[in-house]
Design a protein around this ligand. Structure first.
Ligand SMILES: [Fe+2]
Ligand SMILES: [Fe+2]
Length: 217
């Protein structure tokens, strides 16, 4: 009995690779069938997208970016040592609320609901700002770090709005152009104000202190 069981087991072991091969073949056949069946659907999904689609996607991206900035600015204002820098962040927070509102008007012009899509660039810049606040929280260089981070954000926005204005003009979205232009002007003015602050006080103060410290050492 035991011997018969052993023989049966051996037969089964020998048959196993054959069964596995057969199963593989059948899976291959099934998957070939499946891929043929899916082809029309895939073709439909790959329909070429237009500049209008790209404009809409970029609008979702900048809408998310502005909302992130809206949340980050009060934290930056709270962290700033300089009163002028704090005031600049607070002022720009108010402007950013208006910018979000104007973007919602652009969605309306497109006949689409206001919808955000993750803007990884701004998420990265906000994260870097967070790092500066954590690592330089008790340092005299904190304001210089906050200024640098804020200017990186402004430059990103200036680039995005410049592009979107050009696309809106090309697409004949005439009502969207002045809305985007108004925001672009605010971003440029904020960037200039931050540059002035950096040149007038924060960066130069840091440099003087470093110089004094180096001379004393
Ligand atoms: Fe903005
Ligand atoms: Fe901005």
């Amino acid at each position: 009995m035991a011997r018969r069981t052993t023989k049966a087991a051996k037969r089964s072991t020998r048959a196993a690779p054959r069964r596995a091969q057969a199963a593989k073949k059948s899976t291959r056949k099934a998957s070939t069938k499946r891929s043929t069946a899916r082809k029309p659907a895939r073709r439909a999904a790959r329909e070429p997208k237009s500049l209008h689609d790209l404009f809409h996607e970029t609008l979702k991206d900048i809408y998310h970016a502005e909302k992130q900035i809206l949340r980050a600015l009060p934290k930056m204002a709270k962290a700033a040592n300089s009163d002028e820098l704090r005031a600049a962040f607070e002022k720009h927070r108010g402007e950013t609320e208006g910018q979000v509102d104007r973007l919602e008007q652009v969605f309306q012009i497109l006949g689409a609901p206001p919808k955000a899509k993750p803007c990884h660039a701004i998420m990265g810049l906000v994260e870097e700002g967070q790092e500066v606040m954590e690592e330089f929280g008790d340092s005299d260089a904190l304001d210089a770090g906050l200024l640098a981070g804020a200017q990186a954000v402004e430059h990103y926005e200036i680039s995005r709005y410049g592009t979107m204005i050009a696309w809106a003009q090309h697409l004949g979205l005439d009502d969207a152009v002045p809305l985007l232009e108004e925001t672009l002007e605010q971003e440029k003015a904020t960037d200039s104000a931050l540059t002035e602050l950096a040149e007038a006080s924060v960066n130069s103060e840091g440099e003087e202190e470093d110089f004094e410290e180096r001379r004393a050492a």
